[in-house]
Write a protein that binds this ligand. Structure first.
Ligand SMILES: [Fe+2]
Ligand SMILES: [Fe+2]
Length: 475
């Protein structure tokens, strides 16, 4: 069951050929997906042969096979982790009951909404990243971008499979709509804010894959606990793919910092203008990008208090991060959690029912995980003997969603008036001038083993290939 049948038009490990109706429905969606890829997928990449990994089985050690493929011929398919027929629901009001193989009628609307919202982010990020290939800093990085893009395409397949298999006609309509909304579109945008932002350059791409793909990790982890077993099994497999996306972000930012630190030492300066003149990205700009991507991403977890979050948990649709490893009662009734709000111009903590605060619980888990990687970036600076440190901004900085939306706050967490915000905004968030400068560095480097001046080479290549391997054949 766990090995993948590649002889089918749609590779899968779910015995798709046993269900002709479903197979036909998905086969009729498939050309629309390819059209979408051709229209808004990676620009100008049609003839490239890219060194990509493809899943061969969902077992940990048969995971991937590497080879040069054209992206539109990538074997997108449907892969679920193996099921456990005895699996029990382990949180919420149905605790101890058998996990569901089908969607219970009373939870249908909420489950569909959860799946559509997750599904919508997958093609959105491909759209956001579609121009980046034109300015890649190396073949190695170009290959990583394309790997992320094809896997986001597969994540869309994963959600579309659930919609087609379990939600009938409206599921099929939702699957079509996933190909029709478009990131940043005036009339028909993607559902969530961060997925309508631009990813204009490679520093933004690395920040996005570090922070926003990590949001993906936490959302998928919460869904991997779901009482709806097909959702739990498909998100578990998606998580193994997500790990690589976060690696691309973490190592990408790390290599940018490494190059900047090297030039700071060579030129014996911390003057941002001198670093810029030497063709690298000054630490202030890196910090401002970090502030932006962090604040936009933590908004994705939703309002700090949410009755929907309580319903999703109590009904077993969405658990907490690592629900199974927690040793409380998994019901959470009568428990409280601290959230922030502004009272009389001051930030104060307020105890609220934990069930209503589960978005905040997940956001706080995400924050802990994010901070750890920022610490690893700071190690690069420490090793280079540079005293500057990167930090994540205060949770209330630059928020658009929940009780903290619209508060004027410095990255350190001080409430500021409109005049100070206006005066300091460009020190705290990337300014048009920062974007223009970073854009000016984005030239295309495609000779094997060559890297743009603003980024250090990686320590290792992909799949133990050398760093100067021909990761992309341009034909
Ligand atoms: Fe994804
Ligand atoms: Fe991802």
């Amino acid at each position: 069951m766990s090995s993948i049948d590649y002889s089918q038009k749609i590779p899968n490990n779910v015995n798709l050929s046993d269900d002709r109706t479903l197979q036909r429905a998905l086969e009729s969606w498939q050309p629309n997906f390819i059209n979408w890829w051709d229209d808004v997928g990676p620009e100008g990449s049609t003839n490239f042969d890219v060194y990509l990994r493809t899943a061969v089985s969902v077992d940990p050690n048969g995971w991937a096979q590497f080879g040069h493929v054209k992206m539109r011929d990538y074997r997108w398919g449907i892969f679920l982790n193996p099921g456990d027929a005895e699996r029990k629901i382990h949180f919420g009001d149905h605790l101890g009951e058998k996990a569901w193989q089908d969607v219970p009628g009373e939870h249908r609307a909420n489950l569909r909404r959860i799946i559509v919202t997750q599904g919508d982010t997958e093609p959105a990020s491909v759209e956001q990243q579609r121009h980046l290939g034109l300015t890649c800093p190396s073949q190695y990085d170009l290959r990583n971008l394309f790997q992320v893009n094809v896997e986001e395409g597969r994540h869309l397949w994963a959600m579309v499979y659930l919609l087609h298999k379990h939600f009938g006609r409206d599921g099929r309509e939702e699957a079509e709509a996933l190909l029709q909304r478009q990131s940043g579109d005036q009339d028909n945008p993607r559902i969530l804010g961060a997925f309508n932002e631009k990813t204009p350059d490679w520093l933004a791409f690395f920040m996005f894959t570090y922070f926003t793909d990590r949001d993906g990790k936490f959302q998928l982890s919460a869904l991997a606990e779901s009482a709806f077993d097909p959702l739990a099994r498909t998100t578990k497999f998606m998580l193994t793919e997500e790990a690589h996306h976060m690696f691309v972000g973490e190592s990408g930012v790390s290599r940018v910092i490494q190059r900047t630190a090297q030039l700071m030492n060579e030129l014996k300066t911390d003057d941002p203008q001198k670093i810029r003149a030497a063709g690298a990205i000054d630490l202030g700009t890196i910090q401002r990008y970090l502030n932006f991507h962090y604040s936009v991403t933590i908004d994705l977890f939703g309002a700090d208090q949410s009755s929907n979050a309580a319903i999703f948990y109590s009904s077993g649709l969405k658990g907490r991060y690592e629900e199974g490893k927690r040793d409380d009662d998994h019901l959470l009734k009568g428990q409280t959690y601290k959230v922030l709000e502004v009272q009389n111009g001051q930030l104060v903590e307020k105890e609220v029912p934990m069930l209503n605060a589960l978005n905040e619980v997940l956001r706080d888990d995400f924050i802990k995980d994010s901070v750890a990687g920022v610490g690893r970036w700071n190690k690069v600076l420490e090793k280079a003997g540079i005293p500057t440190r990167l930090t994540v901004p205060h949770k209330a900085f630059n928020r658009q969603i929940g009780a903290l939306a619209g508060i004027r706050m410095s990255p350190e967490g001080r409430i500021v008036n409109d005049a100070e915000w206006a005066a300091k905004k460009d020190e705290w968030l990337p300014s048009p001038e920062d974007f223009a400068f970073v854009a000016s560095l984005m030239g295309r480097v495609v000779e094997p083993g060559q890297f743009a001046n603003w980024i250090a080479p990686p320590v290792m290549g992909i799949n133990r290939q050398p760093v100067d391997y021909e990761y992309v054949r341009f034909n």
